[in-house]
Design a binder for this molecule. Structure first.
Ligand code: SF4
Length: 204
């Protein structure tokens, strides 16, 4: 089975045979183009490209295992070189800062600065999306359906899922948060809501 047909099967089994890959592709492409146009406009005032906004949005949600340059590259499906350039731009503008690992001298963590956090909180998600969602009431089921479609495509492609602890097979609930079964480390409640590079779908 090709990747494309695997994705079609996921979509069709979930949404019914009437949903064709052509139609889903058309809708997603239109949405993505609209979003990029909005991101270009939002970033222009700060001299940023859409990819810079994507890095900021990701770092604003990434957990402590996932805030490294390599994780950013994997999340964006980009090269380390391209991501390095974006990181340099964002550092120069004071939107992100680096932090040492503590255990591994070779590893660097990336964090939003206070300025970066304000930028993200003010502009992301783009207002055009927030406004669009008003017309059908915040769309809880829509988010679940899109998440399932994304997961199907990630599985077909064999890529990391970058999910949160809830729904990760390594997660163990505990008072005040939980424990990561992969690392054996305690997780505060707020950390369990953050995006993780090591996430593996499944029930704990
Ligand atoms: S439980 Fe899963 S998602 Fe949570 S930190 Fe561990 S590997 Fe990441």
């Amino acid at each position: 089975m090709t990747n494309a047909s695997a994705v079609v099967n996921v979509v069709a089994s979930r949404y019914g045979a009437a949903v064709t890959a052509d139609r889903v592709y058309e809708l997603l492409e239109r949405l993505a183009n609209l979003m990029r146009a909005e991101e270009r406009a939002l970033g222009a005032e700060a001299g940023l490209q859409p990819v810079h906004l994507h890095v900021l949005a990701y770092l604003g949600r990434a957990n402590r295992y996932s805030d490294t340059p390599i994780a950013v590259a994997e999340y964006l499906g980009s090269t380390k070189g391209t991501v390095s350039q974006s990181i340099a731009v964002l550092q120069e503008k004071g939107l992100i800062a680096t932090a040492d690992d503590g255990d591994d001298a070779r590893k660097v963590h990336l964090r939003l600065s206070a300025k970066g956090r304000r930028f993200v909180d003010r502009l992301l998600p783009p207002a055009v999306l927030v406004d669009g969602l008003q017309s059908f009431g915040r769309g809880g089921p829509l988010a679940d359906q899109l998440a399932e479609l994304l997961l199907g495509m990630q599985r077909a492609r064999g890529s990391r899922t970058f999910g949160v602890c809830r729904g990760c097979r390594h997660f163990r609930r505990a008072d005040g948060g939980g424990v990561c079964g992969l690392t054996g480390e305690a997780l505060r409640s707020e950390e369990t809501q953050r995006v993780c590079r090591e996430h593996e779908p499944g029930q704990a």
